[in-house]
Write a protein that binds this ligand. Structure first.
Ligand code: AMP
Length: 214
């Protein structure tokens, strides 16, 4: 099963992607996580990506397309995968479709997790990320056992630069301009599934599983 998660930044698509990857036992591929790992390791890709990410802008297509096309060609993706944060532009979607078509494959479903902008800005302000392992939490909806400390690795939690309110508003503008057109793109292919992302996390998950099948 090859799934794409769509939705605004902060809509909860990353959380759902992780849960789905566990349920269906397929890799969860998050381009945001890949970039953050590269930033942490100080790679060239990480240095280039950071310049855009810190401003709430998209990393240029040429830095992300090959990365994902190579990743989904790896053996562990043979049984499917969940793409989270990719594609983010029409050219990225077209490049992915073209690459898959060359090997006779295609995306099965694009799941759009829908949440209103105002809801997202308040949600993101409560988000916290671990500086150590990258795990994400929310001060109200998904708190750590001990405030400010990661449950997994014990490192400190921070509000990521790209989750700062000003950056969030910029990211939402970028989303509406460049990513939202993908909803029509996958609708035209008959692959779009829309779920309400404003309800509790487990209800969103159940709704997605009902669409994808047990
Ligand atoms: P995310 O964790 O998916 O919200 O991604 C964090 C940031 O990484 C985004 O705001 C972009 O700057 C960058 N990014 C992640 N995925 C992509 C993509 N497919 N295309 C362009 N930029 C991306």
């Amino acid at each position: 099963m090859k799934i794409i998660m769509l939705g605004a930044p902060g809509a909860g698509k990353g959380t759902q992607a992780k849960l789905l990857a566990e349920k269906y036992q397929i890799p969860h591929i998050s381009t945001g996580d890949i970039f953050r790992a590269n930033i942490k390791q100080g790679t060239e890709l990480g240095k280039k990506a950071k310049e855009y990410m810190d401003q709430g802008l998209l990393v240029p297509d040429e830095l992300v397309v090959d990365l994902v096309v190579d990743r989904v060609a790896q053996d562990d993706c043979a049984g499917g995968y969940i793409l989270d944060g990719f594609p983010r532009t029409i050219p990225q979607a077209e490049a992915l479709d073209a690459a898959l078509e060359r090997s006779g494959e295609q995306i099965d479903r694009a799941v759009d997790v829908e949440v209103a902008d105002e809801h997202i800005v308040s949600r993101m302000a409560g988000r916290r990320a671990c500086v150590g392992c990258g795990a994400t939490y929310h001060i109200q909806h998904n708190p750590t056992k001990e405030e400010g400390i990661c449950d997994h690795c014990g490192e400190t939690l921070i509000l990521r630069d790209d989750d700062q309110p000003e950056t969030v508003r910029k990211r939402l503008d970028v989303y509406h301009e460049q990513t939202q057109p993908l909803i029509d793109y996958y609708r035209a292919q008959g692959k779009l599934a829309e779920v309400d992302g404003a309800v509790p996390m487990d209800e969103v998950f159940d709704a997605i599983v009902r669409i994808l099948g047990e």
